[in-house]
Every structure is written in C-alpha cells, then in structure tokens.
Write a protein that binds this ligand. Structure first.
Ligand SMILES: Cc1ncc(COP(=O)(O)O)c(C=O)c1O
Length: 290
C-alpha cells in the first residue's frame, strides 16, 4: 500500500489556536523541540464523534508538559474544545487525534526559558491498527536489546518525545526479524510494555500486569483494570520477570492506537488467543462505542 505523506494531505490542523490548512502547518528547522526533543504529545481515538476518555488525555497532555518543565498555554477545557473543533473542520467522527506541544525557535541551546510552547492538533482517519487475521492469531514480538530507563534517569511518566527513540529502534529491530512489535524490559530486567502499548498476561484465569513505575500508565491500561473488576476477573499489578511471562496462558496489549491486541508469540514461545483476552476486548469495544 502506497504511503500518503503526512505533510501532503487535505484538511485542517489546529495550530496555536488557528485552524490552518493542513499543508501550511509548518515549523522552522531551528526549533528547540526538534533539536532537544522538548516535545510532548497525545494519541487518542474518536468513535462515532466522541473521543474515548478525552478529558483524561487532555489532563495527561498538560501533566506531560509540566513533567518536562514546559509551560502549557492552554487549559484542559480549551484543549477539549480545540480537539472537537478540529474533528469538525475535517468532517471526521471516527479518527485518531494527535495533540502535540513543543518548544519553539525563540531560543537555541539547552536552556530554553525564552522559548514559547507551541501546540498543534491533527486528526486523521486511522482504522484498526492490526488486521482481523492478526486479531485471531495474535501478533508476534521480539524482546528488545533496549531497556526502559529508571524513573530517576528520564521523565518516564511523561508522554514525551525523548522516550520514543528506543521504541523506534526496538520496533525496527523486531520488524527486521519478521515480528510486529518489540517487548521492552525495564532497567531491572523486568517485563515493562510494548513500544506503544501496555502488557497483560493471563495465568490460571488471573490477569497480571507490570506496575507502571518506569513507563506510561496507559489510559487503556486503566480501562482494562476497570473492566477486569467489572467482570470479576482477578487482576494483580505486580513484578513480572521474562520467565514468568513465558509461562503465561494468554498475553495481550492495551493502547489507544492498538486497542486490545492478542500476542501469539514472543521470541520462541507461543501463546493462545484465549477467552480472557476475548472478554476484555469485547467489553472495551462496547465502552469506546457507547
Ligand atoms: C510507550 C507507550 N506505552 C503505553 C501506551 C498506552 O497508553 P494509552 O492506553 O494511554 O494509549 C502508549 C500509547 O500512548 C505508549 O506510547
């Protein structure tokens, strides 16, 4: 399938408060965000005109900025209005929503107090991340050589651009090995997450998920925990070693983009696409569409 470049599309991008034609939403090459990764973003999905957990995403956007010492010129309410205005301008009801904020070109160097925070919101149609066939068989993963950093070495609770460099490299390595995604361990060698989604394992009808102390506590992850409570499926947040993981009956991922996705294989170990995953996914799809 031919890629449509993201800078050459029709539509409108909300750009520092103004609805701007898509191709004109540009920044200068001397932007602090580009050189020093002083940038944060969100990934959200709208279903039937309603962004799932929209306010939680806007709140995380503001929090992500604060965690990297960046001012956020817009309130949660203003961001909420802007996201829906952007969907309306593009005539989209089912779409991905990408707010992004970055330090501008007003000052260059590590210290960046004089920079302004710029904010843009783009939306685009993005159907299911993985094909129906993969939802039946599960995706394949390869354990990455890279590890998620300790919380005292990086702003790990922020959805900030700088944390994604290892994700891109890990995902490329996994794809080169014929896999769909990478399994990230943390600085202790414990199971952390995928490159853009959180991870759950099922053993003897009980769900286990790593404690999010050095990676994003995803909004979908929190929804899965709520669903498990609602469905009376026992769930424990705990430390998971790679050896524990390989003993799992089922493994699945959660994330806004990937929704609830089963894992069929990690390295040489295979896993069933099982009943617990199916129950959680069914309820998730009900919730996002309600
Ligand atoms: C690294 C990483 N972990 C987890 C997630 C899942 O977060 P959420 O469920 O809020 O989309 C994401 C996606 O935003 C991510 O990029």
């Amino acid at each position: 399938m031919a890629l449509i470049p993201f800078d050459d599309r029709d539509g409108f991008i909300w750009f520092n408060g103004k609805m701007t034609p898509w191709r004109e939403a540009k920044i200068h090459v001397i932007s602090h965000g580009l050189h020093y990764a002083s940038s944060i973003f969100e990934g959200e999905r709208a279903y039937n005109g309603k962004i799932f957990k929209s306010r939680e995403h806007s709140e995380r956007f503001v929090r992500s900025a604060r965690l990297i010492d960046m001012d956020m010129p817009y309130s949660v309410d203003e961001l909420e209005t802007a996201k829906y205005e952007t969907m309306k301008a593009n005539n989209l009801a089912d779409c991905y929503v990408r707010p992004v904020a970055w330090r501008g070109a007003e000052q260059m160097g590590i210290a960046a107090r004089q920079t302004k925070t710029h904010v843009a919101i783009a939306v685009w149609a993005w159907p299911a991340y993985f094909s129906t066939e993969l939802l039946e068989n599960g995706i394949t993963m390869q354990t990455s050589q890279w590890r998620k950093p300790a919380p005292e070495t990086a702003p790990t609770a922020s959805k900030t651009a700088c944390l994604y460099a290892i994700g891109t490299m890990s995902k490329h390595a996994a794809e080169n090995a014929g896999c769909h995604d990478a399994l990230m361990l943390d600085y202790r060698g414990l199971v952390a997450e995928a490159t853009g989604a959180n991870l759950f394992m099922v053993k003897n009808n009980k769900i286990f998920t790593p404690i999010p102390d050095c990676f994003l506590n995803g909004i979908t992850r929190q929804t899965v925990i709520e669903i498990a409570h609602e469905l009376n499926i026992p769930l424990q947040e705990t430390r998971i070693t790679p050896e524990d993981l390989m003993q799992a009956d089922e493994i699945f991922l959660s994330g806004t983009a990937t929704e609830i996705t089963p894992v069929g294989k990690i390295d040489t170990h295979t896993f069933n696409v099982g009943p617990v995953f199916k129950q959680i996914r069914t309820r998730y799809l009900e919730l996002v569409n309600s």
